[in-house]
Ligand binder design. Structure first.
Ligand SMILES: [Fe+2]
Length: 286
């Protein structure tokens, strides 16, 4: 089409998208053009802003490496990662879900640990924490023989792979649930940590006067054939950033019951698995 005005470009681009053969790709591209063009009109994007925007997209790509993913960090910081998670779980976003974000620090092949064992593998400061997990299906029936990967940052705020002071696989372990669907282990109480702020995401946070912290959390990834792999995080409600997570990951179902005893803590949490395929995600790091 030879365009007469700004309205024509949307009509023409939509007509081109409508010719996409694959039906799902067609639906996505048609909707994308509708929303993208409406967005440009809504904010009356200037030419300078448009050039800055394309430069930012390019920069996100350049800042991404084998050990860092700026695009995932940006998606999280805009609430998109959390939206995709909540929309695709909990019966298509209609009920609570134990599912949460995978984050960038899950590693494959963490060492097996017997129930009751410790995942502290090198001198790590912090208050002792006893964790007990209950893995159940949607009817509340215990799931025995599920493999449970757990990992968390040290009380200094680093995962072991970020910190030469920690032993390999410190604060990581793999458990198997018993006949009652339980797993339990000893560790130290985790603290919150800042996401990396030396890239595009850091500039956005600074421009919005946002802090870069995620509240203290325990990651789990639970596998049992016949169920969708459960990727979860449990958060500490006493963390000062519990209701301002920079990645928008905290939901009511994920607020943990951390109980303080004399100089130590306990956490008891129930993980609900949903039916589906036990397909592992690709590990973000080695
Ligand atoms: Fe994390």
């Amino acid at each position: 089409m030879i365009l007469k005005n700004q309205h024509d470009v949307t009509v023409d681009a939509l007509a081109v998208m409508e010719r996409t053969t694959d039906p799902r790709l067609r639906a996505i591209m048609v909707s994308l053009i509708r929303h993208l063009h409406a967005f440009v009109r809504d904010v009356r994007l200037t030419e300078a802003e448009f050039r800055a925007a394309t430069a930012i997209v390019n920069e996100i790509g350049k800042q991404t490496s084998d050990t860092h993913n700026e695009a995932v960090l940006m998606a999280g910081s805009l609430g998109v990662s959390s939206l995709v998670c909540l929309l695709n779980n909990g019966e298509d976003g209609n009920t609570e879900t134990s599912q949460s974000l995978l984050g960038p620090f899950w590693r494959l092949n963490s060492p097996k640990v017997e129930n009751g064992g410790s995942i502290v593998r090198s001198d790590t400061p912090g208050d002792p924490l006893q964790v007990t997990g209950h893995v159940v299906d949607r009817a509340g029936k215990p799931i025995a023989g599920a493999e449970v990967d757990v990992w968390h940052a040290s009380p200094v705020g680093f995962y072991e792979n970020q910190d030469p002071g920690q032993a390999d696989m410190n604060l990581r372990g793999k458990f198997t649930t018993d006949a009652e669907g339980r797993f339990w282990f000893r560790t130290v109480k985790m603290v919150g940590y800042p996401i990396p702020t030396d890239g595009v995401v850091g500039r956005l946070l600074a421009a919005q006067q946002r802090h870069p912290y995620r509240p203290a959390h325990l990651h789990t990834l639970i596998v049992k054939p016949g169920y969708k792999v459960l990727i979860s995080q449990v958060y500490d409600p006493t963390d000062p950033h519990i209701d301002t997570d920079v990645q928008f990951g905290v939901t009511k179902a994920l607020v943990g019951d951390f109980v303080r005893h004399d100089g130590r803590y306990s956490l008891d949490h129930t993980y609900v698995m949903e039916p589906g395929d036990a397909v592992l995600p690709k590990p973000p790091i080695k």
